[in-house]
Design a protein around this ligand. Structure first.
Ligand code: ADP
Ligand code: MG
Length: 589
């Protein structure tokens, strides 16, 4: 049994608990509360654990959901089910607005921002006449289904857990998709993801809104289960507790949210009974004990409890993807043969007083391999960053296939058919080699968010994965495709980056020191691969330190020194150029 199946079984048992005769109502209610909290925590796992955006303000979204339905059902007499889409729309809209403002914030400012709106919305809930101020709104109707009132906690419990299962399934589907790879790259791999066309700002916003919708759904359910809505459960304290649940459960594991929600809810309940009995009521120590227990827990299990649980269950066997209909290929060798594919025209980059790239002009033709060489710090990687849009030009211009690309975002440039590798490997170490390479094919897939959630993307996804597997076979790493990328040797990781770039089906391949750390025979294989790609019409611009490697391979060499181009020409000519010998080989010459 895979961890996933074991967990689904466990959740199903939880969901069906009320059917077992004799289970006390107390426990049913408590498990219902666990489910309500798990919904919020699931969104937080996605947002914080996976996406790296810490939010203390999720409870406020529960509040939006709860208050919207409370007002609609009590003041305007709507049915709870009719108010659900409206409640979710209100939450979604609020999240989109707050997200547009806060998601841009970086570092500590994002969590601080969520604290700020968490606090202010809590006060707003308590101040508005319409929302009943601090007394809140009571008399909220219970849910009913086909004339059946779900006022019994047993019935409510089942509805809550159906929602939890649905949310968990949709969210895991989302993560296991083309969009999901972008989500998983948000935390540490933003630059690499953008280089392959992932719109990271949009992805962040999507995750933010989805997490808020789950919290809003929890709030809607809460309102109809509790039948009373007051501001207290939607304050900052609750927001902090939800964050704890997400972290305790397993910060990157969707289903771990249930574990975290269960543990924190039960712990709080237990402490509220045990601590006053031990120390008396006067001290109200339960909050302190609660905090201490959680801190100890996080010390013992840094990544939360879920990974420990998952280790007990056998991991699902990872398999090579089935073959699928091949993706359409770009027609190389088209366009105006006489016009170079890539042109740098007096490209310049200054970092303060330092001129890293000094009015550099050169071009790369179609089906040509151009090498960019020069001593350390000569400006080679910076030149790459100017071409790919990672860094902005101080002056000059870069054009690709006759179109100016300077000033465009990396995603836009990638979409034109420009793929790159990084000098310092930028793979997602925990993602499999296959998934890392599939990220390269991001722009060749079409399936969006909803398709992913409802598994309508499987054909599209199979084609992307098959393409990734084919590229891995091509570079000789096919047997490693199911391993986490971080488990490979550094030299192999570089080759994985090449496979990822090839999965984009680029017209121009930019390789930053691809042979560094490769063994002799691996370098030979790489040279053969590049020669073959050139024969197919692909253009290659490569930065390399290994002169032997470059001399045998490149059609033309451009030499940089202190940011300035000092020579350009065929290898034989550059090899004997006195300026190059002086600058590049230094003392050796
Ligand atoms: P190369 O790849 O040829 O070794 P780089 O392009 O990485 O050289 O760096 C060129 C120069 O620009 C170096 O002096 C480096 O310290 C400087 N540099 C590169 N990136 C930055 C940055 N983001 N901020 C400030 N200086 C930088
Ligand atoms: Mg470099």
């Amino acid at each position: 049994m895979s961890p996933r199946h074991a967990l689904l079984l466990f959740v199903a048992v939880l969901a069906l608990a009320p059917i077992v005769p004799g289970v006390p109502i107390f426990w049913i209610t408590l498990l219902g509360n666990v489910g309500l909290a798990a919904l919020v925590a699931m969104g937080l796992v996605l947002l914080t654990g996976v996406g790296g955006m810490t939010s203390f303000g999720q409870a406020a979204f529960c509040g939006f959901g709860a208050y919207t339905t409370a007002v609609l059902t009590t003041v305007w007499g709507w049915s709870p089910w009719a108010s659900l889409p409206v409640a979710l729309a209100v939450v979604g809209l609020a999240a989109a607005v707050l997200g547009l403002i806060t998601v841009r914030l970086s570092g500590h400012f994002l969590p601080l921002g969520t604290i700020a709106w968490g606090l202010s919305l809590y006060y707003l809930f308590g101040k508005l006449e319409l929302l009943g101020r601090h007394d809140g709104i009571s008399g909220v109707p219970p849910l009913s289904l086909a004339g059946w009132s779900l006022v019994d906690p047993r019935a409510a419990h089942v509805v809550i857990w159906i929602a939890v299962i649905l949310a968990g399934v949709l969210t895991t589907h989302l993560l296991d998709s083309r969009i999901g790879r972008g989500v998983r790259a948000l935390r540490k791999g933003r630059i690499a993801a953008e280089a392959f066309g992932v719109d990271t700002s949009r992805t962040k916003l999507v995750v933010f809104v989805w997490a808020a919708l789950l919290a809003g759904l929890s709030g809607w359910l809460y309102a109809h289960v509790q039948r009373t809505v007051t501001p207290a459960p939607f304050g900052l304290n609750a927001g902090i507790e939800y964050l704890f649940m997400a972290v305790v459960g397993g910060s990157g594991q969707i289903w771990g949210a249930i574990l975290g929600a269960g543990l924190v809810t039960l712990l709080k309940e237990a402490l509220q009974r045990v601590v006053p009995a031990l120390f008396g009521n006067a001290l109200q120590l339960e909050g302190v004990v609660f905090g201490v227990v959680l801190v100890v827990l996080l010390q013992v299990a840094r990544d939360g409890l879920w990974p420990h649980l998952a280790r007990l269950l056998k991991a699902a066997p990872r398999v090579r993807p089935a073959t699928a209909e091949p993706l359409p290929r770009r027609a190389l060798g088209g366009g105006d043969r006489a016009r170079p594919l890539l042109t740098l025209d007096r490209a310049r980059k200054q970092f303060g007083g330092l001129t890293a790239v000094n009015d550099v002009t050169f071009s790369v033709g179609r089906g040509e391999i151009v090498a960019l060489i020069g001593p350390n710090g000569a400006g080679k990687s910076t030149t790459f960053n100017l071409v790919t849009g990672v860094a902005g030009l101080t002056a000059g211009r870069v054009s690709f296939d006759g179109v100016e690309i300077s000033g465009s975002a990396p995603q836009t440039i990638a979409a034109r058919g420009l793929a790159r590798t990084f000098q310092h490997v930028k793979l997602e170490p925990e993602m499999t080699v296959l998934e890392n390479v599939a990220m390269g094919a991001h722009l060749r897939g079409r399936a969006g968010l909803l398709a992913a959630m409802f598994r309508l993307d499987r054909r599209d996804e199979a084609r992307l994965l098959a393409e990734a597997a084919a590229q891995l076979d091509r570079v000789g790493l096919g047997e490693h495709l199911a391993r986490p990328a971080g488990a490979l040797a550094l030299g192999q990781q570089r080759v994985v980056e090449i496979a990822r770039a090839l999965a984009m089906d680029p017209a121009l391949l930019l390789l930053d020191e691809p042979a560094a750390g490769l063994r002799h025979f691996e370098k030979q294989a790489l040279a053969e691969l590049l020669t073959k790609l050139r024969a197919e019409g692909m253009s290659v611009l490569l930065v390399e330190h290994d002169m032997g490697f470059v001399m045998g391979l490149a059609d033309r060499i451009v030499v940089l020194d202190f940011g300035t181009k000092i020579a350009e020409g065929p290898p034989d000519q550059v090899k004997t150029d006195p300026a190059v010998l002086e600058a590049y080989l230094g003392g050796v010459a």
